[in-house]
Design a protein around this ligand. Structure first.
Ligand code: SF4
Length: 89
């Protein structure tokens, strides 16, 4: 067995299975950018990419309770959306 060479190999080696929707993730085309953005950091470039991404919905759902930008929404925006959804229900 050869040693894993990159992050995907390492994750597969550890038994993690990438969700199917992630194969269409636009951010995979931009390894130069981080989606784990600290408060106050510029996220406009990432948000522009997310805006045209085909898998925004499953991404936002998967990001529930996670750190960073998911589905084009920051942690704070996702939290606000969740509390609005709860109030509307
Ligand atoms: S919506 Fe999610 S999967 Fe798509 S580019 Fe943004 S962070 Fe990546």
């Amino acid at each position: 067995v050869s040693a894993p060479t990159d992050l995907d190999d390492l994750l597969a080696f550890s038994g993690w299975v990438r969700p199917a929707w992630q194969k269409d993730a636009a951010c995979r085309e931009h390894p130069e950018l981080s989606w784990f953005i600290e408060r106050g950091e510029d996220q406009r470039q990432q948000k522009r990419i997310c805006a045209s991404c085909l898998v925004r919905e499953p991404c936002a759902a998967a990001g529930d309770g996670e750190f960073g930008l998911w589905g084009g929404l920051s942690e704070r925006e996702r939290k606000r959306l969740r509390s609005g959804t709860r109030q509307a229900a």
